[in-house]
Design a protein around this ligand. Structure first.
Ligand SMILES: [Zn+2]
Length: 375
C-alpha cells in the first residue's frame, strides 16, 4: 500500500463523507504538500536574502575602502599644502627683501648723486677757477655721468630681479591656491562617499533584518511541515485499517544475525509485577542496523517509553514498531514510504530500556500481536 493509494482512497472517502467539514478542505496529504512547497519557497527566500546581504556587505566594503582612500589622499594633500605654504612664504620673503634692497640702493644712490651735485655746485667756481684746463672739467663731468649711468643700470637690474621674484611669488601662490581647491574637492568627494557609506550601512542592516525574518519564516514553516508530516503519518496509520489486508507475506527479520530473544511477547513478571510485553526483545550491540520487516508508511509518534522509535503502517491495520533505537536512519521522514529490508535505524538503549536491544512489535488494529504470526 503506497502513500498515494492510501491518500487517494481517503481523499475519496473524505469527499463522500464530508469528514473534513467541507469538500474543499485541505486533506492532511495536501497540507503536507502545501507546506513542503512553502518550506521550499521559504528556503529560496532565505538564499535570496543571504545573497542580498552579501551584495550589501560588498557595497558597504567598497564605500568603506573609498572613504579610507580619500582620507589618505586628503592627508597627503594637507602635507603638500603645508610644504607649498613654506615655499610661498619663502618667495614672499625673497620679494620683500629684494624690494627693500632696491629702495635702500635707490636712496643710497640718490643721496650720493645729491652730495656729488652739491659738492660740484659749491666748488664749481673754485673748480673752474682752479682747474688747470677745460679738459679736466670735462673729465669730471664725464666721471659724474658714468657713475649715474652705473647706478641707473644697477637699479634697473634690481627692478628686473624684483619683478622676477614677484612673478615667482605669484606662481607659487597660484599653486598653493590650486592645492587648496583640490583639497576642497577631495573633501567634497569624501563627504559624498561618507554619505554613500552611511546609506550602504543602512541597506546592509535592512538586508540583515530581511534575512533574519526569512530565516524565522523558514524555521516556522519547517516546524509546521514536520508537524503536518507527523499528523499525516498518524492519520494514514489510523485510517489504514480501512485499506486492504496486509498481503506482503512474511516479515523479514529486522536485525539479521541476532536471533536470541531476551524477553518474548506476552505476559511476564517485571519487578515482581505481572506485565504484558507488547513486543519481542532482541539484544544486539549499540548501532546494529535495523531494517524494515515489510514495506509501508513511516511515522515517529509513540509513547516516550519507546524512546527513539519507528512505526511502519503496512496496510490492513497492521503496524510494526521498532523501539529503543540509538538513532533513526537519516533518510527517514514521517510519512515517507519504505520497502522491506530498507535501513530504518540503529539499535540503542533509549526510552524505558535496560541494555541495548531492539523491541520489535506488531500491532493489528491497535492491539499487540506476536511478530511470529508474520514470520
Ligand atoms: Zn520490549
Amino acid at each position: 500500500m503506497t502513500v498515494k493509494r492510501i491518500a487517494a482512497a481517503l481523499c475519496t472517502a473524505a469527499f463522500c463523507l464530508g469528514a473534513f467539514g467541507t469538500a474543499f478542505a485541505e486533506t492532511p496529504e495536501e497540507k503536507v504538500e502545501r507546506l513542503r512547497q512553502e518550506a521550499a519557497e521559504a528556503e529560496d527566500r532565505v538564499e535570496e536574502c543571504d545573497a542580498a546581504v552579501q551584495t550589501a556587505a560588498n557595497e558597504r566594503q567598497a564605500y568603506a575602502d573609498k572613504v579610507s582612500a580619500i582620507a589618505a589622499q586628503i592627508e597627503t594633500q594637507k602635507q603638500l599644502i603645508a610644504a607649498q605654504e613654506d615655499v610661498v612664504n619663502a618667495a614672499r620673503k625673497a620679494t620683500a627683501e629684494k624690494l627693500l634692497e632696491t629702495e635702500r640702493t635707490r636712496d643710497l644712490f640718490e643721496d650720493r648723486l645729491v652730495a656729488m651735485y652739491v659738492q660740484h655746485n659749491n666748488s664749481s667756481l673754485a673748480t673752474l677757477l682752479g682747474v688747470s684746463s677745460f679738459s679736466e672739467a670735462v673729465r669730471y663731468v664725464e666721471n659724474l655721468q658714468r657713475i649715474a649711468q652705473s647706478d641707473t643700470q644697477m637699479l634697473e637690474t634690481l627692478r628686473v630681479q624684483s619683478e622676477e621674484l614677484a612673478a615667482r611669488q605669484k606662481t607659487e601662490e597660484d599653486a598653493f591656491a590650486q592645492l587648496q581647491a583640490d583639497e576642497q574637492a577631495l573633501e567634497q568627494l569624501g563627504a559624498q562617499y561618507a554619505e554613500a557609506l552611511r546609506q550602504a550601512d543602512e541597506k546592509y542592516s535592512a538586508e540583515q533584518a530581511n534575512l533574519a525574518a526569512a530565516q524565522a519564516t523558514a524555521t516556522q514553516t519547517e516546524e509546521e511541515l514536520e508537524q503536518a508530516e507527523r499528523e499525516y503519518a498518524e492519520w494514514a496509520a489510523q485510517n489504514d485499517s480501512d485499506s486492504p489486508e496486509f498481503t506482503d507475506g512474511v516479515f523479514q527479520w529486522p536485525i539479521p544475525g541476532y536471533t536470541t530473544v531476551s524477553s518474548p511477547f506476552g505476559w511476564r513478571t517485571l519487578n515482581g509485577k505481572q506485565d504484558f510485553h507488547r513486543g519481542t526483545d532482541i539484544p544486539a550491540p549499540q548501532g546494529t542496523r535495523i531494517y524494515a520487516a515489510a514495506s509501508g508508511v513511516v511515522s515517529f509518534n509513540a509513547h516516550s517509553s519507546y524512546g527513539i522509535c519507528v512505526k511502519i503502517s503496512h496496510g490492513g491495520g497492521l503496524v510494526t514498531i521498532y523501539a529503543h533505537m540509538t538513532a533513526r536512519a537519516e533518510s527517514l521522514t514521517p510519512g515517507c514510504t519504505v520497502q522491506a529490508g530498507d535501513l530504518i535505524g540503529y539499535v540503542g538503549n533509549t526510552g524505558n530500556s535496560y541494555g541495548n536491544h531492539l523491541h520489535f512489535e506488531a500491532d493489528l488494529n491497535g492491539q499487540p500481536v506476536s511478530v511470529y504470526n508474520y514470520l
